[in-house]
Design a protein around this ligand. Structure first.
Ligand code: NAD
Ligand code: DAU
Length: 355
């Protein structure tokens, strides 16, 4: 086994969240020669319990902190990073409607702070060869493209037309990545993925919320007529795609990621009830989300053309496994809702400021 000092270093921000935690685990498994640093602020959405099984891995370090904290980000970059992948974000559309400010702070200014560090630490000293080996990947979303009518798909050329404060903040970050690539020639990549599902998603998002409500025989709140369409992809398929883009992507490029699993919300909600053998009378149609995008659908042909990427999960298998996971892990759901784990787990937690 390689010594820690000679391993590659990857900074994963937002690694205590839903998708980031999957990527942390996948990276440790897939790249035995990598050291992983997980920088996460542990907002309500970040939970160390999700990563409890890898806390003691010598190739893994957790640093609690904000991507917008210049001193902290500088210290991490000064250690010498080979790869950076930015998952850290405020990610829930409904929260962006009730309180947009934190979305701009984290998603736009936080990203800009990371990009500044890339500029400061990777540009001046880097010989062209070493710069080519370094990569920064911005994990973005299909929501930056806005809403589709009944037909068509989002391609990488679709104009950005974000409709919520969340998607506007993600689009703002995407444009900064674009500008820092064009202006400074930095090795920056962007991906835009459709709706993810899978284990360890905070139970405010559609699927885990509906499962939780149904298990508790509580009403399932369906917005509007329930016929808005989302394009679903298993989180591990998303993470496999991100690994390919990070290692093989061309700087300056955008890559769309999606599963061609377009479903109306009401279809998914009924599927959950059927799987759990609960009655449809639990469905409650409630007031629509303001500015609710009608339909998302991703054209991911660039991913398959460039890297041969294809999702491994079928929708049916992935959803069934996911529902089973939530049934078997209700203590995880209770724990992340209450934030209990954070309070008693100090293991693997590093306060960088004190080092
Ligand atoms: P999440 O809300 O589950 O996790 C976000 C993580 O970021 C949390 O661990 C949180 O503590 C951390 N965080 C928040 N603010 C931070 C800050 N200022 N500094 C450091 N850490 C901070 O989100 P997710 O669903 O895992 O999404 C991850 C990324 O993927 C986001 O950028 C999101 O926009 C994007 N994305 C999500 C989906 C999806 O369906 N969930 C689809 C496409 C793209
Ligand atoms: O498309 C990618 C995006 O998917 C990511 O960028 C976001 O981070 C992620 O949160 C997700 O956004 P959505 O708004 O699509 O996800 P959400 O789970 O909030 O809602 C999915 C659909 O279900 C949407 O049409 C709204 C609807 N919905 C949602 C909730 C929470 C309901 O009908 N009832 C609900 O209670």
């Amino acid at each position: 086994m390689l010594k820690l000092q000679s391993m590659k270093k990857i900074l994963i921000t937002g690694g205590a969240g839903f998708i980031g935690s999957c990527f942390v685990r996948q990276t440790l498994q897939k790249h035995p020669d990598y050291q992983v640093i997980n920088l996460d602020a542990l907002t309500y959405a970040g939970n160390l319990e999700t990563l409890a099984d890898i806390e003691q891995n010598p190739r893994y370090r957790f640093v609690q902190g904000d991507i917008g904290d210049k001193n902290l980000v500088d210290k991490l970059f000064a250690e010498g990073l080979d790869y950076v992948i930015n998952f850290a974000a405020e990610s829930h559309v409904d929260r962006s409607i009730s309180g947009p400010e934190i979305f701009v702070r984290t998603n736009v200014l936080g990203t800009q702070n990371l990009l500044e560090a890339v500029r400061k630490y990777w540009l001046p000293s880097a010989a062209p060869a070493s710069l080519a080996e370094r990569k920064y990947l911005q994990v973005s979303t299909d929501e930056v493209y806005g809403s589709l009518g009944q037909d068509g798909y989002f391609t990488e050329e679709t104009p950005l037309q974000p409709n919520s404060p969340y998607s506007a903040s993600k689009a703002g970050a995407d444009l900064l990545v674009r500008a820092y690539f064009h202006t400074f020639g930095l090795p920056l990549l962007t991906t835009r993925c459709s709706n993810n599902y899978g284990p360890c998603q905070f139970p405010e998002k559609l699927l885990p919320l509906m499962i939780s409500q149904a298990l508790a025989n509580q009403p399932l709140p369906v917005y509007g007529d329930g016929r808005n369409v989302r394009d679903w992809l298993h989180v591990s398929d998303h993470c496999a795609a991100l690994d390919l883009v990070l290692h093989q992507g061309t700087p300056g490029e955008v890559y769309n990621i999606g599963g061609h699993n377009e479903k109306e919300n009401i279809y998914l909600v009924r599927l959950v009830l059927r799987e759990l053998q609960k009655p449809e009378t639990l469905i409650h149609f409630v007031q629509d989300r303001p500015g609710h995008d009608r339909r998302y659908a991703i054209d991911a042909t660039k991913m398959s053309r460039c890297f041969g990427w294809q999702p491994r999960y079928t929708f049916e298998q992935g959803i069934q496994e996911t529902i089973q996971w939530y049934i078997q892990n209700q203590s995880w759901v209770d724990s992340v809702k209450s934030g209990a784990y954070q309070k008693y787990s100090a293991k693997g937690k590093e306060n960088y400021g004190k080092l």
